[in-house]
Design a protein around this ligand. Sequence first.
Ligand code: HPA
Length: 277
Amino acid sequence: MKNSFEAVRFAYSAIEKRIPFRPKLALVLGSGLGGLAEEMTDTVSIGYAEIEGFPISTVAGHNGRFLFGRLGGVPIVCMQGRVHYYEGYGMDEVTLPIRLMAKMGVKTLFLTNAAGGIADRLSVGSLMLITDHISCFVPSPLRGANDDRFGPRFPDMSEVYSQKLQKNVKESAARLHIPLESGVYLQASGPQYETPAEIRMYRTLGADAVGMSTACEAIAARHAGLSVLAISLITNKAAGLSQTKLSHEEVTAASKEAAPRFRALVKETVREIAISD
Ligand code: HPA
């Protein structure tokens, strides 16, 4: 097995010639949010399955490809579908796409996800700007020998989610009159949804929303020196906080419903980030 640095270099050399431009920003689309890619123009697509050794998503609703194109006029690379730790991949594999996009020259990473709402102020359809995360329930993507070519052994995590980028999102949301909450995201391992007791514990620990991705990607990105921004779409009240049982169908249906607002906010934010750069 290649070490992570070699794995990234290998994947990069496999697609280098097909990358049409140096993207300014990388966007990762979460469950049911892949349709946002329709907003992109002049797209070039590279399927994950076309890249030897690349982790492939096994979840319905995750298409699995890189799309290069313009969003609001800004040249970006978009991941339509991501792989999750619960699919059986190691954290180094789950975060390989993030490191690959860093290698493409991206400086900003914009993560999106579907999440369960823990804080009372969050309801189905709320958008939550992630201000910080709790990642200690899943292994670190930085575990193992450190490769200094990625980043330092002990990277600082006191500002994972850039204050400047958070300001860009808040201003974009205000301009579009889209309500935006903010809070702390906790990454659980999944794939099972949480128990009500786990949710009570997570609430006590300071989590506002829970999901099965994102924090590990943000850590790998910070390690590689990227600026990170993340937004959760609250697709359900977390376990025990409503009468409904949790299901993937409910999550997907809620993200479809909120998609127009979400798309508009992401597009406006990408434009705002590019202008304020
Ligand atoms: N828990 C974990 N992940 C999720 C949830 C949830 O309630 N909703 C969407 N993704």
